[in-house]
Design a binder for this molecule. Sequence first.
Ligand code: HT9
Ligand code: FE2
Length: 314
Amino acid sequence: MKETVGVLVMSYGTPESLEQVEAYYTHIRRGSAPSPEQLKELKDRYEAIVGGVFPLRENTDRQVHNLQETLNRENRNPDVEFVCYQGLKHARPFIEDGVGQMAADGIKKAIGIVLAPHYSSMSVAGYIKRAQEKAAELGLKMTFIESYHLHPKLIKALSERVSAKLDLFEEAGADRGSVQVLFSAHSLPERILSIGDPYVDQLMETSKAVAESAGVTRWQFTWQSAGRTSEPWLGPDILDTLHTLSEKQVKDVLVAPVGFVSDHLEVLYDLDIEAQAVARELDMRLMRIESLNSDPLYMETLSDVIIDKWKQFD
Ligand SMILES: CC1=C(CCC(=O)O)c2cc3nc(cc4[nH]c(cc5[nH]c(cc1n2)c(C)c5CCC(=O)O)c(CCC(=O)O)c4C)C(CCC(=O)O)=C3C
Ligand SMILES: [Fe+2]
């Protein structure tokens, strides 16, 4: 008989409707409700992008579905079948719900992976801790993938996207070599620097590998989407970076948000609306690489690391 291996696919989670934004935001804030101003500000951002559909939800659903197909196609072990379960950090089905569903379905062994390539004690570690605790409670054996930020298929998928946009710049009359490429990711509080967190190094490694693979020499790394709290967050922020580049007479900028894998608020609002507005004001041409979403190379990245992990499962 075939052995069923559970795969807990974890992602940030998004509301399902504008009415759910308050509960979602409260969950992100560890149970403390946002002020009316904070809530309005977040709702306004969602309203600016969603048009009735919260894109991250559909994207995550499709990623989980396609990953299961990819896993069972790529898997060479006829005695094993992979079944994917979704577990979200801040929305239903929560990480604990996903683990609970695996246990209810009789799954004994499972692998956990996050739809974010870079490890941080303030992001991926939190997902893993919650899954691990629920799994221990339910007697499920779980092992986790912490990062996959240099997987060759991930680098290929990202560098193809960079090259495709550089082609567009060229078609629009720009000199390919004069385009400044900005690799970006979600900022985190600066205090991660003092605790030996690998997040920054991993992001630099991904950026360097993508730049090399796409033949890009003019590039830098910048942060985006910093939280609105009083403590310092990693910088420079992309909006400041655009101002600095404008002062240096840079006209053409391509942003590659390599810390994200889906179209969602940080991409569709923070880059496509907010950063785009600043670029317009500065008379710069700003383009963004397409998000990975369910790109087959991304699905294969995930399935490769999961199948490898399964081979070491004891
Ligand atoms: C590292 C990281 C990733 C990437 C890795 C990963 O994917 O895990 C990420 C992704 C995402 N973050 C998202 C949304 C939000 N994050 C917030 C707040 C925060 N993010 C943080 C970190 C990260 N976030 C942190 C340290 C905070 C401060 C509060 C806290 O300490 O937790 C807030 C509150 C308001 C605001 O600050 O804007 C919102 C609405 C969405 C969904 C968008 C959608 O629904 O389309 C996604 C994919
Ligand atoms: Fe976030």
